[in-house]
Design a protein around this ligand. Structure first.
Ligand SMILES: Nc1ncnc2c1ncn2[C@@H]1O[C@H](COP(=O)(O)OP(=O)(O)O)[C@@H](O)[C@H]1O
Ligand SMILES: [Mg+2]
Length: 265
């Protein structure tokens, strides 16, 4: 996680950014005029009605989708450069593990497919990442021998082993039961504190967005755009620990619920 020369303290900067998809005719615009800066080390959660462009935004940050208009920098560089330097990692809702590989082998995989690393078949740090996500005893299991939550832990470990400066998470816990999700929320925050990686975390859950985020970005649909950007610092304890309860937490949840209702129209 070296210092970059251009970016200073910014992980993400979007300026007048518009995103969309090429249809049969001209591109269909999904998100328009996004202006956003995210500091290095921030935990930004992203809420918005279904189809407003949350995944599309993460795809652009990961250099999987070129902008229609405007500018997007990751760590002060073009997104393509950040991707080539493997500074950005992605965790999806469905853990995309290879079924014929053990948890440990799945975590080691990106090193093997990465450029210039064909000869390195074993990552000596793999066990470190297994340990960090609480799976040190289960490294030799295959995906079908793991629970949904454990599989998602493997996916997170696989993303972390690239030691990304920016970690993109697209509803990673959306398919899990609430208790597992709460536990993974705490584990993720512990990992975030340890690694200081910048996290962009998309969720459908207002309470998860409040609990995890230092700020929450609210997107609106039709047309897709930034609706609000809300600082959540006042909702943390004095020592920075997040809270799930409290009148101020409820108040923010109600405000977000209202924003989502308006923005979904
Ligand atoms: N590959 C694609 N081609 C064309 N349209 C797409 C594609 N992927 C997503 N879309 C459209 O872009 C919009 C935003 O999608 P998405 O970013 O996945 O929304 P969200 O993640 O907020 O639910 C939706 O209307 C969706 O239908
Ligand atoms: Mg999505």
């Amino acid at each position: 996680m070296g210092e970059d020369t251009l970016g200073g303290t910014l992980a993400i900067k979007a300026e007048g950014l518009s995103l969309g998809y090429a249809g049969s005719g001209k591109p269909v615009r999904v998100l328009s005029d996004v202006d956003l800066t995210v500091e290095k080390g921030e935990f930004l959660t992203i809420l918005g009605p279904s189809g407003c462009g949350k995944s599309t935004f993460l795809r652009a940050v990961a250099d999987l989708l070129p902008p229609i208009a405007g500018h997007l920098w990751v760590l002060g560089k073009a997104v393509s450069e950040a991707r080539q330097r493997r500074e950005v990692a992605f965790v999806f809702q469905e853990p995309t593990l290879l079924p014929w590989r053990t948890a440990r082998q799945n975590i080691a995989l990106p090193l093997q497919v990465g450029k210039g690393s064909v000869s390195r078949s074993v990552n000596p740090r793999t066990d470190h990442w297994l340990d960090l996500v609480g799976l040190s005893q289960l490294g030799d299991r295959y995906p079908h021998q793991l629970s949904g939550g454990q599989r998602q832990r493997v996916s997170i470990a696989r993303a972390l082993q690239c030691e990304p400066d920016v970690l993109l998470m697209d509803e990673p816990f959306g398919a899990l039961d609430e208790i597992t999700r709460d536990r993974l929320n705490d584990e993720l925050l512990a990992i975030w504190r340890e690694t200081r990686t910048t996290v962009l975390f998309v969720t459908h859950s207002i309470s998860e967005a409040i609990y995890l985020g230092g700020r929450v970005l609210v997107l609106a649909a039709n047309p897709g755009r930034v609706q609000a950007l809300i600082d959540l610092a006042s909702l943390k304890d004095d020592n920075g620990a997040p809270r799930r309860e409290g009148p101020d937490v409820q108040e923010t949840a109600a405000k977000l619920r209202q924003l989502l209702r308006v923005g979904g129209a």
